[in-house]
Design a protein around this ligand. Sequence first.
Ligand code: SF4
Length: 511
Amino acid sequence: MRFPAEAATPNSQSPIRWLTDEVLFHYQRCSRRAFLDLYGDRSLQDPPSDYLLKLRQDSTHHRQTILASVQPFHQPTFPAGDWLAGARATLELMAAGVETIHQPVLVCHSSVEGVQLVSQPDLLIKQPGWSCWGNWTYSPIDIKLGKKPKLDYQVVAAYHAYVLSRVQGVWPTASYLALRGGQRYTIELGRLVVKLQATLNGCLRDLRSPQSPELFISHSRCDLCHWFGHCYSEAKANRHLSLLPGVTPARYEFLKQHHITTVATLAQANPAHLAPLPGFGEQVAAKLVHQAQALLDNRAIPRIAPQAPHGFPLWPEDLPEGEVELFFDIEAAPDQNLIYLHGVLVVNRRTGEENFHALLAANPYEERRAWNDFLDLVHSYPHAPVYHFCPYEAQTVRKLGQLYGTPNRHVDSLLERFFDVHRCVTESVTLPIESYALKHIARWMGFDWRDEGANGAQSICWYNAWAETGDRTYLDAILRYNEDDCRATYHVKDWLVNFSQPYWHQLFQGL
Ligand code: SF4
């Protein structure tokens, strides 16, 4: 297999000398991250969160499990950071034909003068075939904590194969990912090599530019990044459009092409002009313009949904009011496949009483008992609507019902009482917020959590810490956080009902 021609820039001066697989990995998720990792002021980095530390610990454990299964192996020894010494030590092991090499260092020239490509797969495994050393070759294996062979993992695995081909004089027969759950995934090198070439060329170009790439806040990729605090404060200061819900990187590029780069210009845009753009459409265009207007004026704007015959989509049956109302939130430990807490806030509208019930599985063996306790509680209020936020609670109730053999008719009749407050909010109103997550919505409406640092990821860490130490403080923190989530859902639901009331009066007067 031949690697297609790289964009050669032989005479240009480059500020970088080594391009590692780690930099290439981060570049795929965010070019700015790769740039800041190389040239940024490290004192501006955030300290790792408990959740990130837990992921690193899990990753180390997974790596050790895989390594134990391929013992014995050789490992090159060299001074830390001295890639050339590492490459020489690795070459000696490869030339000697050892079976398995752990943490090899592979180095070759890039298309840019003065920049070397550095590849450090977790393992090199000896295979039959012909290389510059004789009748053996090596194939790389990367050990990853993920369960799925994500594209960015695959591109890095193709990169290992490419650098290895330059070192041993022949492409490896395969490149592998050792994923969580024990699967070994084989990369389709022929398909990925074109993608690798484009990524590598883009990475070399961007990292040699004197300008850092523009930021784009996307919570799915930024939340675990150590530059988040730095980028977020810059985005806030500039009111960057990526802070608007619905502005994706692709849509942002189109908005820029139409000279819409600020909240103010977007607020004044005509949705009809944006609707034909790829990835927009009438609804998205209108929503984006509303979103900018809401932010600019710091006010909530009712949504006019096409399916609503009278122009306002929030119908009374969407948010029924009962004498007793239940507000429900689940906590789970996904790495243990465990639902360990059903939190239910019972609100009696007539008496004004509010009681929080924590139906807890203090260990995995108690999951069934906690589920049954939850069913007993909700069945003791057979007419009460059950409010939750996002579809997860309803999906989990269905799943637990199947797992523990709860009759379908019981689960179905319970789910008929479920009302998703998130859906009601997003269909009814545009808010001046950055995200339609519960925290952002409820905080804007004046609700606050008792623990500043509490969030879903942190509660996973607390449950792990409770399981390891038996320290009840961790459980108490989870219960407080879960109760606050239930109370936040209650707060949002009441806000929405109050907000919609004047529109309903108007509607009925108009009939
Ligand atoms: S915080 Fe986001 S935009 Fe900033 S470097 Fe990290 S991933 Fe990129």
